[in-house]
Unconditional design. Structure first.
Length: 526
């Protein structure tokens, strides 16, 4: 047991969950942020804490602004002696110790309580680490591994958000999550909007990270069960990538109307045409929750086999009986749907994506949408795949646990457009909430959390937050993460590459993690 210091008297500004600690000058190497400590005084509760501010160095015999103190600093080469100083830090009080671990507290440490270092085993117990999904190590503790439990329904199925600025390490973190989920026999589907994940079947090739991997007893390795898919009309990302197209009639029409940015008049004509196309559809036998998705507005969607060419034939058949005003809307609607059609994703007879091939235990499927030029078409592909997987999970109770990773989620559902994307947002919330009962997990990744609607944050019970410098992007994370104190938020802009703050039901409190490097390759690495 190493004594770090003692609790100082409180100030009028002291809060309920923090205390100030004074340490001797020679203990300066023992004081650092994110250090876990034990606070004890005889015949009084014992506390567990974490240093969240400091170390601060305060001169002992003279004032900080005294001529002597300032001269020794300014003319350091001439004045070798430095006034004696003590070390001050601030500690977040995490709780009281009890026989079974750590519990909440309604007290605070007494002045002169002793502050001691904790062993690594004690720190592991405090964190609540369990499971075998290896994320990395606790910041400041190279030997304390941070893991998550792939079998706990309160973790992955309650969805994950990964946030951070460019170069902060969020894509590496998503790769780590993909690797570990695959190892835990999850079927993993990655919506790749930048083409970064298409080489994960090859080993990581950054020499500078191999030594760090070795600390985790890992080495560069490519994923074995791995397939890359790309939509018809886009560029083939690699020679063995598999092309697929989408039957126009299999797309949720309410989502399609939103993605096409239809006006109210255009929507009226659009749904009139869809209604005609669907009149002869065969009603499907419904069994419990295997029925088609029911939307909050009471609308049912059932896949049909009509093509986009049939849509245009019915649309222009409608045009013959339209008024002059309606004709303008018909042609405007034709232009909007035509923009989507020109991307080449519809009805090309390239073969629809076989969802059974995606939902194989341990298999990683990359859906590369990076070269689709039309954002609406790109988002249609994303929404279509999500609904396909969700409906399969509803129908097939034997389908494996599934993780769907959505890169650059703010380009799919944005705060600015959320009022115009109610059906898309309702579908996403439905998938997130009902999907978790069937082990369908969503991971949202974004470098622009300020552009995401609040509903996305509400869906993510686990959040991995990398370096985020602007208050504009930190703000939404702060007001939707109630269990993170301001001192932790103040550390986020200073996090190094790969470091992250994690808040999750997995852990007893918000923790800081140095994420391990991915073992597989990432494209577009600078």
């Amino acid at each position: 047991m190493v004594v770090i210091g003692h609790v100082h008297f409180d100030t009028p500004q002291s809060g309920n969950i923090k205390c100030e600690v004074l340490s001797k000058q020679e203990a300066y190497n023992l004081v650092f942020r994110n250090k876990y400590v034990k606070i004890t005084k005889k015949d009084y509760p014992k506390f567990i804490g974490r240093i969240v501010e400091g170390p601060f160095f305060v001169p002992e015999e003279v004032g900080r602004d005294s001529a002597f103190a300032q001269t020794t600093i300014i003319k350091g080469d001439e004045f070798k002696a430095t006034p004696n100083f003590y070390v001050m830090s601030r500690v977040e009080i995490l709780g009281e110790t009890s026989g079974s671990g750590m519990g909440s507290t309604n007290k605070r440490p007494l002045p002169k309580s002793q502050v001691d270092d904790l062993t690594e085993d004690e720190v592991r117990k405090i964190l609540g680490v369990s499971g075998d999904m290896l994320l990395g190590n606790l910041v400041g503790y190279d030997n304390v591994r941070v893991t998550m439990d792939a079998e706990a329904k309160k973790i992955l199925p309650r969805n994950i958000g990964i946030f951070g600025t460019v170069g902060s390490g969020k894509t590496n973190t998503s790769q780590v999550l993909i690797e570990e989920a695959s190892k835990s026999k999850y079927a993993v589907v990655v919506i790749d909007v930048e083409g970064e994940y298409t080489e994960m079947d090859k080993p990581m090739n950054e020499k500078r990270l191999e030594a760090k991997l070795a600390k985790y007893k890992l080495s560069p390795t490519g994923l074995k069960n791995f397939t890359v898919y790309y939509p018809a009309g886009s560029e083939k990302p690699r020679p063995d990538a598999r092309e697929f197209d989408i039957n126009f009639g299999s797309i949720n029409p309410w989502v399609l109307a939103e993605m096409a940015n239809l006006t109210e008049a255009q929507e009226g004509i659009f749904f009139k045409v869809i209604d005609k196309l669907q009149k002869d559809r065969h009603s499907k036998k419904k069994d419990n929750e295997s029925e088609a998705i029911e939307f909050l507005e009471g609308k049912d969607f059932e896949e049909s086999s009509y093509t986009i060419q049939q849509f245009f034939r019915v649309l222009f058949g409608e045009e013959n009986g339209s008024s002059r005003g309606d004709k303008r809307s018909v042609y405007a609607l034709a232009r909007q749907i035509g923009f989507l059609n020109r991307t080449g994703i519809f009805d090309k007879k390239k073969g629809q994506l076989n969802i059974d091939n995606l939902l194989k235990p341990g298999h990683v499927s990359i859906i590369d949408v990076s070269t689709i030029q039309n954002d609406g078409a790109k988002n249609i592909v994303i929404a279509w795949i999500l609904e396909k997987i969700f409906n399969k999970k509803l129908k097939d109770k034997e389908a494996p646990k599934t993780l769907v990773v959505i890169e650059e989620a703010h380009t799919f559902v944005s705060r600015d457009a959320v009022t115009k994307m109610r059906s898309t947002m309702d579908t996403l919330k439905l998938i997130a909430r009902r999907g978790r009962k069937r082990w369908m997990c969503l991971a949202f990744i974004s470098q622009q959390p300020s552009h995401l609607p609040d509903e996305i944050f509400e869906l993510c019970n686990t959040r991995i937050i990398h370096n985020t410098k602007s208050e504009f992007n930190l703000g939404p994370l702060k007001h939707t993460s109630g269990d993170v104190i301001n001192e932790i938020w103040n550390m986020v802009p200073g996090l190094g590459p790969g470091q992250a703050v994690i808040t999750s039901p997995q852990f007893n409190h918000t923790i800081m993690v140095d994420m391990r490097p991915s073992v597989s390759r990432r494209k577009l690495v600078e």
